[in-house]
Design a protein around this ligand. Structure first.
Ligand code: ACO
Length: 270
């Protein structure tokens, strides 16, 4: 299924949805229409049901040059309510994408500035081409990374690197982003699709409920101490068992009992 919105293209093929930012002539700068379209894209994917993985990428030669500086900031600024509402639509899909039930994978090419770093950082996984240029350019026009961009830097880069790029506005490459941990892999540009497909293929073989709860458990564990984490994990494991009809016991571990797969090296057959 293909859904063409004004500035975003959504393709849903079984368990995989691909959202492509689609303003290539503006390096996929995110204008108010794109923010509305991104919320609509997430609505469509939720409504389709059964999507396990969402790939977020950019059409043309760029992932995203970040917020549209003219349409989101410069023009609405004189009217505080317009400015507030315009940006609220953006913040809404950033929060939704971060908490999205399916696994989210950023596939990053070309440029990724400001909001582009943010989206890469809030996705669960990310693959970039080695030559991509990332940048927190906010300081270069007089502000600090906001709307989740500082969060993305603080949660995906080591402290000194985050502060360096926040404070200088210098760019860093896809290869450096892999070193810092902002992306899982940086590959030559011609391998970007294949590398992303390889990761997606692994994910779609897993139970979607397990993927969803694994994300929740990870996020909760980051934010809490060990005793609270253990209690939460226990409760979530019961929830998982109930929601999946005990698939891990009845299917996966039965296969292990018959020595038909080695969990350390592969996944069970669903
Ligand atoms: N907002 C609005 N328009 C943009 C943006 C943006 N963030 N980025 C690019 N564009 C526009 C350009 O102005 C240009 O428009 P025009 O054809 O009407 O002149 C068009 O997209 C193509 O961009 P060029 O600058 O011609 O492309 P080039 O390859 O030379 O440079 C680059 C690309 C480096 C991305 C440059 O456009 C740039 O610096 N953009 C701003 C990046 C930025 O700082 N983004 C904000 C991040 S902070 C945040 O997201 C909150």
């Amino acid at each position: 299924m293909v859904i063409k919105l004004e500035t975003v293209l959504v393709e849903i093929e079984g368990p995989v949805a691909t959202i492509s930012l689609d303003r290539p002539e503006k390096k996929n700068a995110m204008n108010p229409q794109m923010h509305a379209d991104m919320n609509a894209a997430l609505d469509e994917i939720e409504a389709a049901g059964g999507v396990k993985v969402v790939v977020v990428t950019g059409n043309g030669d760029s992932f995203s040059a970040g917020m549209d500086l003219e349409e989101c900031f410069l023009r609405p600024y004189e009217d505080p309510m317009l400015f507030y509402r315009t940006n609220l639509v953006a913040l809404r899909w950033f929060k939704r994408l971060k908490a999205f039930p399916a696994v989210t994978v950023a596939k990053v090419n070309g440029f990724a500035f400001g909001g582009g770093v943010l989206v890469t950082g809030i996705c669960d996984l990310a693959v970039a081409s080695e030559g991509v240029l990332f940048g927190l350019s906010e300081i270069n026009f007089g502000i600090f990374p906001a709307g989740g961009a500082s969060w993305a830097a603080a949660n995906n880069l080591p402290r000194k690197q985050a502060l360096y790029y926040i404070l200088t506005g210098d760019t860093f490459t896809g290869a450096q982003a892999q070193e810092f941990g902002l992306v899982n892999r940086a590959v030559p540009a011609e391998e970007l699709d294949a590398e992303t497909d390889r990761i997606v293929a692994k994910l779609v073989r897993k139970n979607p409920v397990t993927l969803e709860l694994a994300k929740q458990v990870y996020e909760h564990n980051r934010a809490t101490d060990l005793p609270a984490a253990i209690d939460y994990d226990q409760a979530k494991l019961w929830e998982l068992s109930r929601l999946t009809g005990n698939e891990w016991i009845n299917v996966a571990l039965k296969q292990f009992e018959k020595r038909s797969f080695q969990p350390g090296l592969s996944t069970y057959r669903r």
